[in-house]
Design a protein around this ligand. Structure first.
Ligand code: DQA
Length: 143
């Protein structure tokens, strides 16, 4: 099984940005956590991060025919991007939405998620563990 893990804008700043909300661990720490977990589960994983909406759309499109599942934290684009929603719908790959923070307890503008409409599950507020639970969901999904 091959899973693509996509992180959106400012998640490369983990460990520096708002540590009270996102924790003190870095994006490199997150990549290591996911890579180690996937290896233990016998899952092939690719990690991708971009601050650019179009680059995220390109990466989702390129997954077509190449990946069995997508884990996506579109970060701020969660709340604005119809293009990312349409890209996930276009490829038809089972996708899990992840947020490090509990977005449902935060500002009103974070209550909207466009991509959620195309996702089989949403995981929020579990910190980095949310990505691992998303991998569990995709592997249990039998893809
Ligand atoms: C986030 C929540 C978003 O509202 C925010 O814009 C982010 C990170 C999270 O992982 O909790 O950048 O997706």
């Amino acid at each position: 099984m091959k899973i693509l893990v996509i992180n959106g804008p400012n998640l490369n700043m983990l460990g520096i940005r708002e540590p009270d909300t996102y924790g003190k661990n870095t994006y490199a720490d997150l990549c290591e956590l996911i890579t180690d977990y996937a290896a233990k589960k016998g899952v092939e994983v690719k990690l991708f991060q971009s601050n650019h909406e179009g680059a995220l759309v390109d990466e989702i499109q390129a997954a077509y025919g190449n990946f069995d599942g997508i884990v996506i934290n579109p970060a701020a684009y969660t709340h604005t991007s119809v293009a990312i929603l349409d890209a996930v719908k276009s490829v038809g790959i089972p996708t899990v939405e992840v947020h490090i923070s509990a977005v449902e307890t935060r500002e009103d503008f974070r209550q909207v998620s466009f991509v959620r409409k195309a996702c089989i599950k949403t995981i929020t507020g579990l910190g980095f563990d949310g990505y691992l639970r998303a991998i569990d969901t995709l592997t249990q999904n039998g893809n």
